[in-house]
Ligand binder design. Sequence first.
Ligand code: F6P
Length: 325
Amino acid sequence: MPSIKRIAVLTSGGDASGMNPCIRSVVRTGIYKGFEVFGVKHGYRGLIDDEFIEMDLSSVGHIINRGGTILRTSRSEGFLTLEGRKKAYDNLVKRSIGALVVIGGDGTFRGAVDFINDFDYPVIGIPATIDNDIAGTEYSLGYDTAVNVAMNAIDNVRDTAFSHERLFLVEVMGRHAGYIAMEAGIASGAGEILIPETITVINDVIANLESGRRRGKLSNIVVVAEGDDAGGAFDIAKLIEGKTSYEVRVIILGHMQRGGSPTAYERLMASRFGYQAIKAIMNGDFSKTVAVSGGKQVLIDLANATRKPSKIREDDLDMIVGLAL
Ligand code: F6P
């Protein structure tokens, strides 16, 4: 393989806090190690539409503390087609860019695998999705910040729930995964946590809420993952309406969980992931994503980094029963 002088970085899919400090790390480490670094705007869409910008040290200044992504992002339909991917490939070759760093989640990685299969192009992945649902890595960027944002929001809800003696159903993000619900729920002392990984039995939820009420709980909080099998928070509200002693209110936290200044942990992980991606390029270690396994930074095959089956801790499922008494 000819030695690589130019590399590019993009962010794709749902934005996640931590993307900016990660872009900063890829750009600064890349320049430090002797590469010319390009940013691609709007993810795979910009790769197809030729939206490249040359990055220098100062182009990533003052972004370590910012949520979102300065490169912008998209969920590209075009990249799902061979024609779109060919345009993207031609744009990279035209600029003599020898490797691509993609920061994103499951969909981003599937796109990368297709691209590699089509053109045998050197790609390195960096996991970033607030859902933390990528196989092979214990951490994906955005997760810690999202859990903290959700926890802080639920703390605020608790104040009003307490004052009005109400039951609040708080819906958090997670189409297929209940990690945000589980960990934000534990951290904010939720009475019930409803997640897609377990079967929600509405009669049990009602019975638990009522038994809490009998023990003197005048207010309560139920955290619902948006992908729960019984539905979102509004659906659950309809199912329990009039069947508990509580006056019920619903709040959907929604996209606010994707924003916010990255936590210290997020910034550290983003910096380390970016650094590891550049090291992988220097070692010619492609078609991989950086990942965390057993607490260590490792590289795993991109093809194996698809959406993961449930890894909710059994002990947590048991623990929350006691903590909610
Ligand atoms: O990026 C993951 C995620 O935030 C999911 O938790 C959520 O279901 C989805 O993206 C929302 O996607 P969009 O921003 O396209 O509405």
